[in-house]
Design a protein around this ligand. Structure first.
Ligand code: TXA
Ligand code: MG
Length: 336
């Protein structure tokens, strides 16, 4: 990365402004964790509600000192294996950390991203950066610098160029609890790092742990029913054999049942009669399908069809597809 670009980003961050930062998952909207003006600017720029906590990004483990309250053995092992990379760990929060970052929770999400530009930037700043995905609240996440510039055109956000995000969806969020030597883990958001990857690794290290499925709702904020929505309605069809004609009729008849808003996120509806359907094709390889999903949503929406249609193929099943279909389900206005 050209150091002039990094220097400009460092300067803006020092003024309490936000900067677009590439990561391997999606692009983030970054601010310094030690400047409240920057943290406020993240929420304001994204139009994000204050109840949704931010992830703190570090370039070295030592930067966690004033971020988390300790770093249990199990977290060390997971960091060793999966960092830098698409795994966010939710750990007890340090009292010194600005509670606006954590939405008042006593825990904090932390991650070391695997993108050279993100790591260069955090190192150059010398302070961890809080960064949510760089999109307006509830909208499609960005996987290129151009997406971020387009999303925040009005706000004129400076974005570091880092190419296309190679993972393409947000990190796995793992709640990590250590109590009297007992390790309890819960996946709060699915991502590229799978539960089975974590199980395999910890077992190979002889570290005892237990996965729990259900967590207190308060422990997992920011999980809206709808999220990642494109400006044109996405329809998910679970029956790959259903004809386009039948689908048109079905979508039309279900349209009136759609609410205007769910949990503050406006539901995108087809406008009037449906003529023009853009069909989304996903790769058969789950990694390639995931990498291109958000970009495809944007590209297809830009063609201004009446709706975008995705058929869920029979082959799109199994653990590797779960994180992508979690996003598809939330981005879809209608599932038929
Ligand atoms: O891949 C990613 O994680 C990207 C890149 C930029 O790093 N960031 C990202 O941030 O997806 P965001 O703000 O869009 O999603 C963060 C989510 C929150 O909505 C919440 O679900 C969870 O992470 N989270 C953060 N801190 C938490 C905490 N203390 N407890 C529970 N969940 C937390
Ligand atoms: Mg997000």
């Amino acid at each position: 990365m050209k150091s002039a670009e990094i220097s400009k980003a460092v300067e803006l961050l020092a003024k309490g402004q936000v900067v677009g930062m590439p990561t391997e998952t999606v692009y983030g909207l970054a601010a310094r964790i030690d400047l409240p003006a920057g943290i406020e600017a993240i929420f304001k720029t994204k139009e994000r509600p204050f109840f949704d906590p931010l992830i703190v990004h570090v370039s070295e483990l030592s930067q966690l000192q004033n971020v988390t309250a300790g770093f249990p053995e199990v977290a060390k092992a997971l960091a060793d294996k999966f960092w830098p990379g698409p795994l966010t760990m939710v750990l007890p929060k340090n009292a010194k950390l600005n509670s606006m970052i954590t939405s008042g929770l006593d825990s904090v999400g932390v991650r070391m991203p695997a993108h050279p530009v993100a790591l260069d930037l955090i190192r150059a700043v010398g302070v961890p950066l809080a960064a949510p995905s760089a999109n307006k609240f509830g909208k499609t996440s960005p996987t290129s610098a151009a997406h971020v510039r387009q999303e925040f055109q009005k706000e004129n956000v400076f974005v570091l160029e880092g190419g296309d995000s190679q993972i393409g969806i947000e990190s796995t969020v793992l709640l990590v609890k250590e109590n009297g030597g007992k390790n309890t883990l819960s996946v709060l958001r699915k991502g590229h790092v799978l539960r089975s990857d974590i199980e395999k690794y910890l077992s190979s290290q002889g570290i005892a742990f237990e996965f729990v499925e259900t967590v207190d709702k308060k422990e997992s904020p920011g999980h809206m029913k709808h999220h990642y929505m494109p400006p044109v309605p996405l329809i998910l069809c679970l029956d790959p054999k259903k004809s386009l004609e039948d689908l048109k009729k079905l979508i039309q008849s279900k349209m009136s049942e759609l609410p205007d808003k769910i949990e503050e996120v406006a539901i995108v509806k087809p406008k009037g009669e449906i003529h023009n359907i853009a069909i989304m094709k996903l790769s058969e390889d789950p990694l390639l399908a995931t990498r291109s999903f958000y970009a495809q949503l944007r590209d297809l929406a830009a063609q201004k069809p009446d709706c975008i249609l995705l058929y869920k193929e029979v082959a799109h099943s199994g653990e590797r597809w779960e994180s992508l279909y979690d996003r598809v389900n939330k981005a879809a206005s209608l599932i038929v």
